[in-house]
Design a protein around this ligand. Structure first.
Ligand SMILES: Nc1ncnc2c1ncn2[C@@H]1O[C@H](COP(=O)(O)OP(=O)(O)OP(=O)(O)O)[C@@H](O)[C@H]1O
Ligand SMILES: [Mg+2]
Length: 270
C-alpha cells in the first residue's frame, strides 16, 4: 500500500452521475459517490437496489450506460489497467476457476498481477493458512464449499496488496470463525491505509466496522456520509430525541418503511 493514498484530498473512489440501464430498466440512477482514501465504506440497500451493479461498474466488470468513475485518481474508462492493477475485487459470483486447486488459483492470480514467483508462493502459503484452506491441498475449487470459495476469492483479491478492496457480501455464507478472522484482517488493513468498499446485509457488522456508509434504494442514493453523523442527523417520526439510532432502525427508515405483514397475509400458512 502506498502512503499517498492516506493523505491529500484525492478520493479513492469518485463517481459522477453513474447510470446503468438494462433495457428500459434503470438499475443505477445517476449516482454520485465519494469514498475517502483509507475509509471503511459500507454500501447498503435492499435486495435488487443496485449494489452489485454499482460495484461491477466501479471495478471495470460492467460498463456504465453513462457517467464517470474515477478510482485512485484515474478515469476508469480511460485507464482500466492502471486501476485494475491497484485494486482487489471479490465479486458476487466469485469468478474462480473451478478446475484448479486453491494454491494453483493463487499462483495464477499472482502471475496475472506480475508478482515474482517467490512472492506469489510465499504469500499464497500464508493466505491459505490464514483462511484455513491449507489442509487439503489437492482439493479442487469445484469441490470447495461455498464459504471456502469465498475465502479463496478473498485471498486472490489480496495477493497483490491492493490499495482498495471491493467486497460484495463478504460475510454471506462464511462461518463465525472465518468471519472473525476476516473482520480482524480488514480492520488491520484499513488501519494501515487500505480503503475497503463493501456491500453487506449484516448491519451489525457494518455498524461495527464501517466509518462511512451510503444507502441505495431502487437505484438511487438515499443517504451517504460518516456513519455517526448519519445516525445523529435522523430521528424516527414521533420519537424525536431518543438518542442515536441503531443502523437497522436507520436503514429501515431511509429505505422507506417496515413492510409490516398484513394480518391476513399467508393465512393459509399460519
Ligand atoms: N444483467 C442484468 N440484466 C437485467 N437486469 C439486471 C441485470 N443485473 C442486474 N439487474 C437488475 O438490476 C437491479 C439491481 O440488481 P443488483 O444485483 O445490483 O442488486 P443488489 O443491490 O446487489 O441486490 P442483492 O442485495 O439482492 O444482491 C435488479 O432489479 C436486477 O434484477
Ligand atoms: Mg448484490
Amino acid at each position: 500500500m502506498s502512503a499517498n493514498t492516506q493523505t491529500g484530498s484525492e478520493p479513492a473512489i469518485e463517481t459522477q452521475d453513474l447510470v446503468r440501464r438494462f433495457g428500459d430498466f434503470t438499475a443505477v440512477d445517476r449516482i454520485n459517490l465519494r469514498v475517502a482514501a483509507g475509509s471503511f465504506f459500507g454500501f447498503l440497500g435492499p435486495n435488487g437496489a443496485g449494489k452489485s451493479t454499482t460495484i461491477k461498474m466501479l471495478t471495470g466488470l460492467l460498463a456504465p450506460t453513462s457517467g464517470r468513475v474515477r478510482v485512485l485518481g484515474h478515469d476508469l474508462a480511460a485507464e482500466p489497467l492502471e486501476v485494475k492493477r491497484r485494486i482487489g475485487v471479490v465479486p458476487e459470483d466469485l469468478s474462480l476457476f473451478e478446475r484448479l486447486t486453491g494454491a494453483e488459483m493463487l499462483s495464477f492470480t499472482g502471475r496475472m498481477y506480475n508478482l515474482a514467483r517467490e512472492d506469489t508462493s510465499a504469500r499464497s502459503r500464508e493466505l491459505l493458512e490464514l483462511m484455513e484452506l491449507a489442509d487439503e491441498p489437492r482439493k479442487l475449487v469445484v469441490e470447495y464449499s461455498h464459504g471456502m470459495k469465498k475465502k479463496l476469492a478473498l485471498a486472490c483479491a489480496l495477493i497483490h496488496r491492493p490499495e482498495i478492496l471491493f467486497l460484495d457480501e463478504p460475510f454471506e455464507g462464511v462461518d463465525a470463525i472465518a468471519s472473525r478472522t476476516l473482520k480482524d484482517l480488514l480492520s488491520r488493513l484499513t488501519a494501515r491505509g487500505l480503503t475497503v468498499f463493501l456491500t453487506s446485509h449484516v448491519l451489525e457488522i457494518v455498524e461495527r466496522l464501517c466509518t462511512d456508509i451510503a444507502v441505495i434504494s431502487e437505484g438511487r442514493l438515499v443517504a451517504a456520509g460518516p456513519l455517526a453523523e448519519l445516525r445523529r442527523g435522523i430521528s424516527v417520526e414521533g420519537q424525536e430525541s431518543r438518542g442515536p439510532l441503531s443502523l437497522e432502525d436507520y436503514f429501515i427508515k431511509v429505505v422507506g418503511g417496515t413492510r409490516d405483514a398484513d394480518a391476513d397475509a399467508l393465512h393459509w400458512l399460519t
